[in-house]
Design a protein. Structure first.
Lengths: 287, 261
């Protein structure tokens, strides 16, 4: 990193920091400030000390097909744009985002992503997590050593508009069918009841959780670490880097060991993404 | 009272349990330590269950008693229902006990825009030189308990209070960018001068809503409010740290009633 922000100590501390839940936009996103948005994420990440953004683009973000039900065309365009971002910026790493309602397209997208350096698969809310349509995707992900970041509504008590959201119980069913696949349960701070999620996934060892989301409830991080252990909790930001920074500072205020803090900040991410080459201050990170 | 490095006052703290989930250590002695750690000199402190109780008087009793040992740092923010009989007596009792601000929960208490009680309460607060503090929300709509059906306080309610010409200092907690804009740009300059927002629910990068607000409104309307013990207290510091440096508020963040101190 050579930005002006990197000349001052990172707001989030000197230790490595990996964001395994990031998003970018494209010119097809339907917002005129898409480039400003992308630059803002990278700039704020530099200020905070984020050395790696593992990111996806969800189709056209609703412009030409729904965010959570993207058309094959929009998926392909977004994944290609995402791969280009990752190719051109060493801080950025790409997920392949797929829509399981188009199974052959999804598998082809994953193969294309693997061929061009993608490090994980992103599943959002096009289909419930426990639907059989996800099985081939989960199997291929295991074969290619790609973790799956799955959008989750913490304790989904009803249907929500514009998405077939899943909760921790539904993801656990998929994870138990695919014990060789690693799943990253998205944004425990992203809406719903995070306490429900802890009970749902505690015994499913191939699920880890990320702390992202706008929610900054006191007690949430403590509960996640208590239920799952620091080795199954990953710091992340998603759409709000400010709440990500808040959670980093909260980690500093918790009674965690240095090893546990490192696990949450970056080491668990290094373990989760075997295909990724994460670099911090010129050195490749190893777990 | 220590010299603050981040804020003169946390306008939006509570003590006491939350009805809908377990909250770690919502006790005043813990809040005092947190304020010291965060560089905040004082806090306006409410009794958290009062928003969901019918009669706020027993909660005010418990609040005043609990804060008594910490009064140099923690100032009671009594809850007053202006649709309750003889609410002025309860207000006077709170002021006599040292309240410097008053909490009202219009959504939980069913006080809609233009409710005459809200205007009367604002006027009474102005007469007694205490701020009127309105909580828009304490949790995101997506995560509320099934029994917590009150909804957020709408901008129309906030504008009506601000437009009433009572002279009250109005502090709004829990508002996001859109609500702040809808209130702020719906007021005259004279009305704006008496309205403040804690900004803990405004988002920073990559959307950069906080910087957008600072560019448009300046930093004067913004004050620090943590919503402790429900939320992590570091959020406002994170927002300031990540804001556009050309408009970043200077620290410590002010007390909205400093002109009276």
């Amino acid at each position: 990193m050579t930005t002006a922000a990197s000349q001052t100590p990172p707001l989030g501390g000197d230790e490595p920091l990996i964001d395994p839940h990031a998003h970018f936009h494209t010119p097809a996103s339907g917002r005129a400030d898409w480039a400003r948005y992308n630059a803002s994420r990278l700039g704020a990440g530099d200020q905070m000390g984020v050395c790696a953004h593992v990111a996806s683009i969800l189709g056209s973000w609703g412009q030409t097909s729904p965010t959570y039900f993207p058309s094959p065309h929009d998926v392909t365009h977004a994944n290609a744009f995402m791969r280009d971002l990752a190719r051109d910026d060493a801080r950025v790493h790409a997920y392949v985002a797929v829509n399981p309602n188009h199974p052959s397209h999804a598998l082809a997208e994953i193969a294309e992503g693997v061929a061009h350096g993608a490090v994980g698969v992103k599943l959002a809310a096009s289909r419930r997590a426990d639907d059989a349509l996800l099985d081939d995707i989960a199997a291929l992900a295991a074969q290619e050593q790609l973790p799956i970041l799955h959008h989750i509504w913490q304790d989904r008590r009803r249907d929500w508009p514009n998405q077939d959201a899943s909760d921790g119980v539904e993801l656990a069913r998929l994870a138990m069918r695919h014990p060789r696949t690693r799943f990253l349960l998205a944004h425990i701070g992203g809406g719903g009841d995070w306490a429900h999620t802890m009970h749902a996934v505690r015994d499913v060892e191939n699920i880890v959780v990320d702390l992202s989301g706008s929610g900054i409830d006191r007690g949430m991080i403590d509960a996640a670490v208590a239920a799952l252990g620091a080795s199954r909790v990953l710091w992340a930001a998603d759409l709000t880097l400010c709440t990500g920074l808040t959670k980093l500072w909260a980690l500093d205020a918790m009674t965690l060991s240095a090893e546990e803090r490192a696990d949450i900040r970056w080491r668990n991410a290094v373990r989760l993404f075997p295909r990724a080459r994460f670099v911090h201050r010129g050195e490749v990170l190893t777990a | 009272m220590s010299a603050p490095s981040f804020a003169a006052v946390d306008v939006s703290a509570w003590i006491g349990p939350y009805p809908f989930r377990e909250v770690p250590h919502p006790e005043p002695e813990v809040l005092v330590r947190v304020l010291a750690r965060e560089g905040v000199a004082r806090a306006w402190v409410g009794w958290l269950p009062s928003a969901w109780q019918r009669d706020p008087a027993p909660g005010n009793d418990r609040l005043i008693d609990a804060l008594a040992p910490y009064r140099e740092v923690l100032e009671p923010a009594v809850a007053i229902r202006p649709d309750w009989p003889h609410w002025e007596r309860e207000l006077d009792r709170g002021v006599a006990a040292g309240a410097t601000s008053v909490r009202v929960y219009p959504a939980q208490w069913g006080l809609g825009a233009g409710h005459p009680g809200l205007t009367r309460l604002a006027a009474a607060c102005a007469e007694r030189h205490v701020a009127l503090h309105i909580t828009v929300r304490v949790e995101d709509l997506r995560q509320r308990h099934a029994h917590d059906v009150a909804g957020d306080v709408p901008a129309a309610t906030l504008r009506a209070v601000a437009r009433a010409g009572t002279g009250a200092t109005v502090v709004i907690s829990g508002a996001g960018r859109e609500l702040i804009e809808e209130v702020w740009w719906g007021l005259t300059a004279q009305e704006q001068a008496r309205v403040h927002f804690d900004f803990g629910w405004v988002w920073g990068p990559p959307e950069d809503h906080f910087s957008v607000l600072l560019h448009a409104m300046g930093s004067a309307p913004f004050v620090y409010g943590s919503q402790w013990p429900l939320r992590l207290v570091q959020q406002s510091r994170a927002l300031v740290s990540l804001a556009d440096a050309t408009v970043r508020p200077s620290l410590p963040l002010p007390d909205p009633t400093r002109h009276r101190r």
